[in-house]
Every structure is written in structure tokens, then in C-alpha cells.
Design a protein. Structure first.
Length: 346
């Protein structure tokens, strides 16, 4: 029995990073690493990005931030924005991780931990620009900025960033969100210096709407070659990962491959096109641990089948598969189980 493999191409990843950087020139890339680097492997992604001299790393939570810091050493800036426990705050400060702050309560806890340890906590304060995904309301922003400046004066805090999320539901809503964001920056500027990291946009808005970018752009999926669901292809960006399985049997002239729903492949993907040595073929059925693929001439046991990838063998991309079941490409990647072996190529 051969386990299915998720093969990640480091050269493609580096090429995608170059393409993203070219696209967002004048804004620094923060490569996002949530969900184990979108299922590609956090350590692999950080090592490759470090070689590309990426400065900013969006780790999401402190646990991932600690692992990122272990790989980076003293290099780079690590940003963790999930609200954390006091023990996690302490770990983050020890590892020189920037913390995203979206509530007065979390700010107070960070200040207390920093005071106790005798260090300055580097924080990115989040303004709620309408998405309501955490963040300070505009009505409480001025009061919280006063608290931050007091913490800076006492030596416990350093305001290094202001940030938010966009809904990306419409250009008009995103324009309104940017207006709220820029007003929050102006309020902060009245009582001190402008933070170095102003970041509002993630992958899609960073790519398509240059006028919304700040000094930093948070980009995850596009760096891994995962386009937006129902979105256009991206110039210079190619899927980094390909999922392969081995032919282990035949039935009625079709191939039985060693991958199934227990490996994280949704059974609703039956009917999709996958890649084979003879090009695209139909994925006829997905069972618990195996799947059946339409056969091809000279089919042999041990042949590879590509469930998704860059299309070199006729297979669909992860996002194209996701569109069949009304989800996003990163979900196809992140739901793969530990039985799928991760393999990287130079």
C-alpha cells in the first residue's frame, strides 16, 4: 500500500512570491501561514520564504508564531492576531512576536503581562471597518488609542501597526471600510507617530485594488497558487501543490486508486476531472479509502493519478474542485488528513 502524497514545489512557491511582490510593489508582503500554511506545511513555507528574504509572517495564532520564530531565528517579523491566553501572551513576548489587538480587554491583558515581564509588547491595533470580525468599534477607538499611548509612555507597549479585514463583498463596501480605516490612522497620528505597518487588504484586494493597499499586504492563498473561488486566473501564479494517488487495482476497465474520503477528499467531488498518464479522466466514485477513476489505454498498477494540481496531466486545480461543491480552494487543501504524506521538491 502506498499512501497518497501532497507534493509541494518549492520553485513554484518562490516564483509565486516574486509574482506577488511585483504586483503589490510599494507594499511589503506579509505571507500568511494559517492552517499549517494552507496545508502545505508551515516549516517548509517559512524556510522557503526566508530564503526569499520575506520580512513579514502572518502566523494567525501564537502557537504557529512560536514555530515560525523557531525557523526564522532572529530574522523577520511574526504577527499573531488570534486573541490569546495570558500564558500565550507571555510566550509571544519572549519570542518577539507582534500581537494583533481587537478589544480593550485584550489590550489590558497584554499590557499587564508586558509590565510584569518588564518588556514592551509590539501591538497592531485593529479597527472594525464593518466586517465585525473582532476589532474595536470607531466609537471606542479614540479612548483605546489614549490607553495605548499611556502604555507607550510607561514603557509597556509599542504601537507598530493598525489593521483590519475587508468583507470583499463589493467595491463600494470596501471603499467605505477604507475610509473608516484611514480615519482610525488619523486619530492615532494626532497623539503620536504613524505606525510602520498599516494593513487592510488580504489576497484578493491586495492583488486587484492597489488603492486599498497599505504599507503591508497580508497574502496567503495567492502565494500558494490558490486563486479565489469564481475568480480569474492570476498572471504569474501557479498552484504549488499537487495531490497524487497510486493505482492499486482495476475494476471493469477503470482504475482503483489509493485515496478516499477518509483522506479528506469530499465524496461530492465525484464527477470531477483528474489527471492520469493519458490526460484528463473522470473521477467516477469516492469511497472510504479508495476511489475509482475512468480507465485509459495501457493502464498499469503503480501508475499515478493527480487529484488536483497545476494541470500538467489534465487535472483540475484545488479551486476548480472547490467550485464544484461551493467552497474555496484552501479548504480542499486544509482538510487533507495526516495519512496524506507531504513531500517537497527543490
Amino acid at each position: 500500500m502506498r499512501r497518497p502524497e501532497l507534493r509541494v514545489d518549492t520553485d513554484r512557491f518562490r516564483s509565486n512570491i516574486r509574482a506577488v511582490r511585483d504586483r503589490i510593489a510599494q507594499s511589503a508582503l506579509m505571507i500568511v501561514l494559517k492552517d499549517d500554511a494552507y496545508g502545505h506545511g508551515l516549516r517548509w513555507a517559512v524556510e522557503a520564504a526566508k530564503e526569499m528574504r520575506v520580512e513579514w509572517y502572518g502566523a494567525y495564532d501564537v502557537r504557529s508564531g512560536i514555530e515560525t520564530r523557531r525557523v526564522l531565528g532572529d530574522a523577520g517579523r511574526v504577527f499573531a492576531w488570534a486573541t490569546s491566553t495570558d500564558d500565550e501572551i507571555d510566550e509571544a513576548l519572549r519570542a518577539h512576536i507582534d500581537l494583533g489587538v481587537g478589544s480593550a480587554e485584550y489590550l489590558a491583558r497584554i499590557t499587564e503581562v508586558a509590565q510584569r515581564r518588564g518588556v514592551r509588547a509590539r501591538i497592531h491595533l485593529k479597527i472594525d471597518t464593518g466586517l465585525h470580525r473582532n476589532g474595536l468599534l470607531p466609537a471606542e477607538w479614540g479612548r483605546t488609542i489614549d490607553d495605548v499611548r499611556a502604555g507607550e509612555a510607561a514603557g509597556h507597549l509599542q504601537l507598530v501597526g493598525i489593521w483590519s479585514h475587508l468583507a470583499e463583498a463589493s467595491d463600494g463596501e470596501d471603499d467605505d471600510a477604507q475610509s473608516l480605516f484611514l480615519e482610525a490612522v488619523r486619530v492615532a497620528e494626532r497623539s503620536g507617530t504613524t505606525p510602520e505597518a498599516l494593513h487592510l487588504t488580504a489576497s484578493a484586494a491586495s492583488w486587484w485594488r492597489a488603492e486599498l493597499r497599505g504599507s503591508v499586504s497580508r497574502i496567503g492563498a495567492f502565494c500558494y497558487g490558490v486563486r479565489s473561488a469564481d475568480g480569474p486566473e492570476l498572471a504569474g501564479v501557479t498552484p504549488v501543490a499537487e495531490l497524487t494517488a497510486t493505482v492499486v487495482d482495476t475494476v471493469d476497465g477503470n482504475a482503483v486508486v489509493e485515496i478516499g474520503a477518509f483522506d479528506g477528499i469530499p465524496s461530492t467531488l465525484a464527477g470531477a476531472r483528474v489527471g492520469t498518464p493519458a490526460g484528463a479522466r473522470g473521477l467516477l466514485r469516492i469511497d472510504a479509502t479508495t476511489s475509482v477513476v475512468e480507465g485509459w489505454p495501457e493502464m498499469r498498477l503503480g501508475d499515478s493519478v493527480w487529484i488536483f494540481g497545476a494541470g500538467e496531466h489534465g487535472e483540475s486545480s484545488a479551486t476548480t474542485l472547490a467550485e464544484r461543491i461551493d467552497t474555496v480552494g484552501e479548504e480542499i487543501l486544509t482538510r487533507l488528513t495526516a495519512r496524506v504524506r507531504r513531500v517537497s521538491t527543490p
